[in-house]
Ligand binder design. Structure first.
Ligand code: SF4
Ligand code: SF4
Length: 392
C-alpha cells in the first residue's frame, strides 16, 4: 500500500475504505461478510475508514468489527456531523456522543461537517457556536482533525476552504468531474492552502464501471494491455499529487483485492501517455451521449435565482449517459441546500446566456432538465427542506 501525509504528517493510505456500501443481510448489515472484507483491507494496509451518522448502521458495524478484532489503534476513523439535523450546539454534542457510542471509541480521527453546501450554512453554524465546540473537542483530543465534505461548485468550495482553519476536506472527483463540482480547480486550490484532500465518488457511484456506454465498455474489452475501467479511474486520481486518499465503497473481497492491487502499483505521475489516451477515448464515448455541451466552467454563475446551472446540466447529461435514477438521486442534493433552487425556478432573465462560451440556450435547456430531473421524490425532498427551514 502507498501512503500520503495529512496536515500533521500522519500517513493515510492512498486507498480509503468507504463504509456506505456494506453488504446487507435482512434489514441490517451483514456483519460477518463485512468483517472479512474490512480485515482483509486492514491486513493489506488500508488505514482510513470513512463512515457517517446517516449511513444506516455503518458506524455501529464499523465500531463492532474494530472492537471485536482489537484493531481500533491500527486505523483512522472518519465520520461526519449531520449538522442539518441539529438546531443548537447542544444538538451537535448529542449527535457526536451517539457517534462515539456507535463506533465504540472515545475519539474520532477525522471529523467532517457533512455535505457543507454553502457559506450561509457555515455562517449559521458559526452563529450557533460550532467553532467553540470544535475547538473544545480538538483541545480534548476527542476530534483529531476537522474538515468538511462538499458537493457544490468550485467558487463556493474555495470560499468554504478559506472560511476556517480546516485540517482537511473531502470532494467528489473523478475523470468525468474534472471540471464540475469542486473539480481540479478546487483540488489544486485546497492543496495549495495545505489541505489534504480526500476523494469520494472516484467511480461516480460505480457508474464509470457498470453504466459506461456500450462503446466505452467495448474499448476496455478489446484493450491489449487488459486495463480495466476501475483501474483507470483510480489511476487517474493517484497520478495527481494533490490527491491524498481515494475512498472506495467496497463490499466484496474481490473488490478489496483488486483496488488494493491498483493502489499498491500506483504513484504520483503513474499514468502513461497510453493510459491518458485510453481515458480520453472513454470520455469521448461518454460525452457522445451528452445532451448539453456544458463544460462546467461556471461563467454563467451566479444566477440571481440561485439555480446551479452547471450542476443541473451535469445531472441532466448523466440521466442519458448513466441512467435517470442515479441522475435524479444526484440532483436531489440541490433540494437539500439551504436555499434550494431547481431548474424550474429559472425566471428566464437571460443573464446567464450572455456569459456562456459554449453559447448554450440555457433557459431552454433548463426547461428540459427540469422536466427530466424534478420528479416526485425531488419535490418531496424539497418540501421537506423548506419545512425544516421554516420550523427548524
Ligand atoms: S435565465 Fe434563469 S438560470 Fe439564467 S440567470 Fe436568469 S434565472 Fe438564472
Ligand atoms: S457558462 Fe455555459 S458551459 Fe459554462 S457552466 Fe454555464 S452553461 Fe456550462
Amino acid at each position: 500500500m502507498q501512503y500520503r501525509k495529512d496536515k500533521k504528517g500522519n500517513e493515510i493510505s492512498l486507498l480509503g475504505y468507504g463504509c456506505l456500501r456494506f453488504s446487507k443481510k435482512g434489514s441490517g448489515i451483514d456483519i460477518e461478510k463485512t468483517e472479512r472484507e474490512l480485515m482483509e483491507a486492514i491486513r493489506a494496509g488500508i488505514n482510513y475508514f470513512d463512515t457517517a451518522y446517516v449511513y444506516g448502521g455503518s458506524e455501529a458495524a464499523l465500531g463492532e468489527i474494530l472492537e471485536r478484532n482489537s484493531c481500533r489503534d491500527q486505523v483512522k476513523i472518519a465520520t461526519k456531523l449531520p449538522h442539518y439535523l441539529m438546531k443548537s450546539v447542544e444538538g451537535a454534542e448529542k449527535l457526536f456522543q451517539e457517534e462515539l457510542r456507535r463506533l465504540r471509541t472515545d475519539y474520532v480521527d477525522y471529523y467532517l461537517m457533512h455535505m457543507l453546501s454553502d457559506i450561509e450554512t457555515w455562517n449559521h453554524l458559526v452563529r450557533l457556536g460550532i467553532k467553540e465546540w470544535i475547538e473544545e473537542k480538538l483541545a480534548k483530543g476527542q476530534i483529531r482533525n476537522i474538515g468538511f465534505s462538499y458537493h457544490g461548485s468550485a467558487p463556493m468550495f474555495k470560499t468554504l476552504v478559506d472560511a476556517y482553519a480546516w485540517d482537511f476536506c473531502q470532494i467528489q472527483y473523478n475523470y468525468m468531474d474534472e471540471h464540475s463540482q469542486a473539480g481540479r480547480e478546487g483540488l489544486q486550490y485546497a492543496h495549495a492552502k495545505g489541505l489534504p484532500v480526500i476523494i469520494m465518488e472516484p467511480l461516480r457511484g460505480g457508474r464509470l464501471v457498470d453504466l459506461l456506454p456500450r462503446s466505452a465498455k467495448k474499448i476496455f474489452e478489446l484493450d491489449q494491455e487488459g486495463r480495466t475501467a476501475a483501474e483507470m479511474a483510480f489511476k487517474w486520481l493517484y497520478h495527481q499529487p494533490e490527491v491524498t486518499c481515494v475512498l472506495s465503497g467496497m463490499n466484496s473481497l474481490e473488490m478489496v483485492r483488486e483496488n488494493v492491487k491498483t493502489a499498491s502499483e500506483s504513484y504520483e505521475g503513474c499514468l502513461t501517455e497510453a493510459d491518458q489516451e485510453l481515458i480520453s477515448q472513454i470520455k469521448t464515448e461518454i460525452n457522445r451521449t451528452v445532451k448539453v455541451g456544458c463544460t462546467g466552467c461556471g461563467y454563467c454563475m451566479p444566477c440571481p435565482k440561485g439555480v446551479d446551472i452547471p450542476g443541473t446540466f451535469r445531472c441532466y447529461n448523466a440521466a442519458y449517459s448513466e441512467g435517470r435514477a442515479s441522475a435524479r438521486k444526484d440532483y436531489r442534493f440541490f433540494a437539500m441546500k439551504k436555499n434550494p433552487a431547481g431548474a424550474s425556478e429559472c425566471i428566464r432573465c437571460g443573464k446567464c446566456e450572455k456569459h456562456c462560451p459554449q453559447q448554450i440556450e440555457i433557459r431552454e435547456e433548463l426547461k428540459h432538465a427540469a422536466k427530466e430531473l424534478e420528479g416526485f421524490q425531488y419535490k418531496v425532498v424539497k418540501l421537506g427542506a423548506k419545512l425544516f427551514k421554516l420550523y427548524g
